[in-house]
Design a protein around this ligand. Structure first.
Ligand code: SF4
Length: 295
């Protein structure tokens, strides 16, 4: 006699993340994303739109000063592959600040602290029309500079520094921007990060300006873990392949600004994800807000 057929076990559908896990920001850390959980994977369609939005809003800012959790340090080969992937995707990177000379670059970078490049470009579009040399800036005066940069954060202090550094350039360097770090850092309002940008962009030096994006990215991905911007900078100088050092600052800053964002890294379309050690990779884009009044 034929034995009775054994009851078949129901096949579970592909697992969707539990909403409460998503809302707590631990969604992916408990089930690390893999290549198979990236776009097209079944989970994404199973997550309600509201849950995705809540998860995005509550994700921890890993790699930032707020939540300085670090990923496992990449191997040297991994670090090189990570930067190469960014390089291949953008062979000719450029700074997004508008400038026409080392001096206007220096002023634009000095204005960009705690401000977006877009807001700085708007301000300098009119400022540089009337003053694009130290002498012209000095003639414009603090009030005059302030009138152009009023929409930028800390504008009063920045206007004061722009005037002081213009005066210092005239007194110490004949109105030229010096190409030495020590001389740059001795100017009013110029710190290591600003000096690094000027040395890199205006003078072609292999310098790494670590801003908030690069600091986060270095820690989050394991590319260059470090507790301070200086520590991240030193790691990057050691780990980025020499032939890529000149432009690495641009690749990393643009990647941090547009893809590896603070709140919601866009891992689902990140060209470097195969080399990244971040455990909480985001496998799907957040749902678009529902359209009302359609039809
Ligand atoms: S976007 Fe995601 S995968 Fe890409 S570097 Fe950032 S954390 Fe890693």
């Amino acid at each position: 006699m034929k034995p009775p057929a054994r009851p078949r076990r129901a096949t579970a559908p592909p697992e969707a993340p539990a909403p409460e896990a998503a809302a707590s920001g631990t969604l992916v850390s408990e089930a690390p994303a893999t290549e198979t959980s990236l776009p097209g994977a079944p989970q994404s369609g199973a997550v309600p739109a509201a849950t995705r939005r809540r998860a995005a809003a509550k994700r921890p800012l890993h790699g930032t000063a707020e939540a300085p959790r670090r990923a496992r340090r990449m191997s040297a080969a991994q670090a090189a592959a990570f930067v190469r992937a960014l390089a291949e995707a953008n062979p000719a990177p450029r700074t997004e600040l508008h400038f026409t000379s080392p001096y206007t670059l220096l002023v634009a970078v000095a204005l960009s602290a705690q401000a977006t490049d877009v807001s700085v470009n708007k301000a300098t579009a009119t400022l540089f029309q009337v003053a694009d040399t130290p002498a012209a800036m000095l003639a414009l005066g603090e009030e005059g500079v302030g009138a152009h940069i009023r929409r930028i954060g800390l504008w009063k202090a920045k206007a004061r520094n722009v005037i002081r550094l213009s005066q210092q350039l005239l007194e110490r360097h004949g109105g030229e921007v010096p190409a030495e770090r020590a001389a740059l850092e001795a100017l009013a309002g110029v710190g290591r990060k600003t000096a690094n940008v000027v040395l890199n962009v205006a003078f072609g030096e292999e310098a790494m300006a670590v801003d908030t994006h690069i600091f986060r990215l270095g820690n989050r991905t394991g590319l260059a873990p470090g507790r301070t911007p200086r520590a991240v900078e030193e790691e990057l100088m050691k780990r980025v392949p020499p032939e890529l050092l000149r432009d690495a600052h641009h690749w990393l800053i643009l990647h941090g600004r547009y893809i590896c964002k603070a709140r919601l890294p866009e891992c689902w379309h990140c060209v470097a994800r195969a080399h990244c050690n971040y455990a909480d990779k985001v496998p799907w884009p957040p749902a678009a807000p529902a359209r009302s009044g359609a039809g």
